[in-house]
Ligand binder design. Structure first.
Ligand SMILES: C[S@@+](CC[C@H](N)C(=O)[O-])C[C@H]1O[C@@H](n2cnc3c(N)ncnc32)[C@H](O)[C@@H]1O
Ligand SMILES: O=C(c1ccccc1)c1ccc(O)c(O)c1[N+](=O)[O-]
Ligand SMILES: [Mg+2]
Length: 214
């Protein structure tokens, strides 16, 4: 039977990356996506911006919306301080199966909790299920029409504190116009655009970094 792109991506990781070496996993996936098949990972160019924001925030608690195969999950977790925790949400079970193996290959299982299910269902349960108070950093990279409703939901559930950082992928391509308008015009956020390109292409895209002001 025909394999899927995530399965072929995992095979490339297991073939070309070193177990326990997160950076080699990131490199193997980027090589696969540049040389073999495009895939919707945040990628190497925007990934460098992601790295710089993670390093600057040095978060103890991170929420990622949209795991896919775990590329950005591994990228973020590899930069976290000891005892820091990353919760990543993925509602496609086939993707979750692959992501768990990519995360294991990188040796980052202890820092990452992959939760299978929809963000809208799980965000209201974060406190009771995972003992989370607030998130220091949220990486938004799931379906683009969910960025705004989930941001409002996180506000309502008290998951953001003064200084929490939202980092959103794809604000230009495919685009998240309602989210962008909200974080750029709301008095509750201070927003900044990081111009870049759609992963593995020359098409313009970028990340929007928004600080929650409380
Ligand atoms: C662009 S991919 C994530 C890429 C990943 N962040 C990376 O850079 O490697 C988007 C993923 O979000 C998942 N997704 C979309 N909407 C979701 C939702 N509401 N809750 C949970 N997962 C969702 C999709 O199944 C898909 O795997
Ligand atoms: O929506 C797409 C998409 C649309 C059409 C075909 C393939 C992907 C996409 C493209 C680049 C991204 O970085 C990304 O996060 C997504 N996504 O699905 O969330
Ligand atoms: Mg994306």
């Amino acid at each position: 039977t025909q394999s899927t792109r995530p399965q072929r991506m995992l095979a490339a990781v297991q073939k070309n990356a070193t177990r326990g070496d997160p950076r080699s996993v990131v490199k193997a996936i980027d090589q696969f996506c540049r040389q073999k098949e495009w895939a919707m990972n945040v990628g190497d160019e925007k990934g460098c911006i992601l790295d710089s924001v993670v390093s600057e925030v040095n978060p103890a608690t991170v929420l990622e919306l949209g795991t896919y195969c775990g590329y950005s999950t591994v990228r973020i977790a590899s930069l976290l301080p000891p005892h820091a925790k990353l919760i990543t949400l993925e509602f496609n079970p086939d993707n979750a199966v692959i992501a768990r193996q990519v995360i294991a290959w990188a040796g980052l299982e202890d820092k990452i909790q992959l939760v299978e299910g929809a963000s809208g269902d799980w965000i209201p349960k974060m406190k009771e299920e995972f003992g989370v108070k607030t998130f220091d950093l949220v990486f938004l990279d799931h379906w683009k029409d969910r960025y705004l409703p989930d941001t409002k939901l996180m506000e309502e559930c008290g998951l953001l504190r003064k200084g929490s950082i939202l980092l959103a992928d794809n604000v230009i391509c495919p685009g998240t116009p309602d989210y962008l308008e909200y974080v750029r015009n709301s008095p509750r956020y201070k927003s900044q655009y990081f111009k870049s390109h759609l992963e593995y292409t020359k098409v313009e895209d970028g990340l929007e970094k928004s600080v929650f002001l409380g």
